[in-house]
Design a protein around this ligand. Structure first.
Ligand code: SAH
Length: 264
């Protein structure tokens, strides 16, 4: 299986560096992915190959002209007839791991990168299948967003990661953040590696990792746990923590707010 990305952008030279490093590069070399960046300007008419124009109704900034973009999308679709056309834009649905997994099943994806104030709405309404936002902030262009989306998709293509299982264990894959990692040396600047991880006891190590995953998720992203189905083991861990927290609250009541710091 190969996923073909055609990126439509005013800055195609941003992409060779992205395609030329690490896991993405290996996936390209293995023939799992193809990344082609086309310059929207090459589809523009006139001596100046103008790609932007002032917004109707006035206001700040410029808008990507519809004609060159329509031509570029149609040219890409001529080669990749069944391609899904994605526009990267802040008004789209938020990108997440689930969306990445769904897009990893597509054969051809055309990525449209906006610049200036964005694209003409008539392009969005007719030639774009889906708008994707990578977060609640404004970028100066869709290129970095396209790289984020492609990177997340490429990791999920079977064979792209050397070790098949590692995509399944990563953060978000089962509504949990991943456990922490340690490598040599065992003691770094006075900080020790948790002993269990050095024990070679894989049952204990798995338990430790489950607890670390749960703790991180609970502390940093409790929203991920909503509606999640917990395993028996996970429920036991949560119940134990619940009891410990209840104890802390009880001692707080008896000894005042200093109890917590005194106990540590
Ligand atoms: N005026 C627009 C923002 C334009 S930013 C607005 O307020 O909605 C210029 C381009 O950057 C956009 O067309 C889009 O392609 C890209 N971009 C900006 N923020 C993005 C985000 N959060 N996710 C994906 N693409 C984004």
């Amino acid at each position: 299986m190969i996923v073909n990305f055609v990126v439509l952008t005013l800055f195609p030279l941003m992409f060779p560096a992205f395609a030329g490093h690490g896991i993405v590069r290996r996936a390209v070399e293995q023939g799992l992915v193809d990344i082609e960046a086309l310059n929207i300007r090459d589809f523009a008419e006139g001596r100046h190959s103008t790609t932007d124009d002032r917004p109707y109704g006035g206001g700040n900034g410029m808008v990507l002209k519809p004609e060159p973009l329509a031509k570029a999308i149609r040219a890409a679709k001529e080669v990749h007839t069944d391609a899904k056309v994605v526009f990267l834009g802040p008004r789209g649905r938020l990108f997440d791991q689930e969306k990445a997994a769904r897009l990893a099943g597509e054969k051809d994806i055309i990525m449209v990168c906006g610049r200036y104030e964005g694209i003409d709405e008539r392009i969005a309404a007719t030639l774009i299948d889906e708008e994707i936002s990578i977060g609640d902030y404004i970028l100066s262009g869709g290129e970095t967003a396209a790289m984020v989306v492609m990177d997340a998709i490429i990791r999920l293509i079977p064979g792209a990661l050397g070790n098949e299982s590692s995509a399944e264990q990563e953060s978000f894959s089962n509504q949990l953040l991943e456990h922490s990692h340690f490598t040599r040396p065992p003691v770094f600047e006075g900080m020790e590696t948790p002993e269990i991880l050095l024990s070679g006891d894989h049952g204990k190590i798995d338990q430790w990792r489950t607890r670390a995953s749960l703790l991180y998720t609970l502390a940093n992203r409790p929203d991920l746990l909503e509606g999640r189905e917990f395993s028996k083991e996970e429920i036991t861990i949560l119940e134990n923590w619940g009891r410990q927290i209840a104890d802390i609250i009880r001692t707080q009541g008896l000894h005042g707010p200093d109890a917590l710091s005194r106990n540590r």
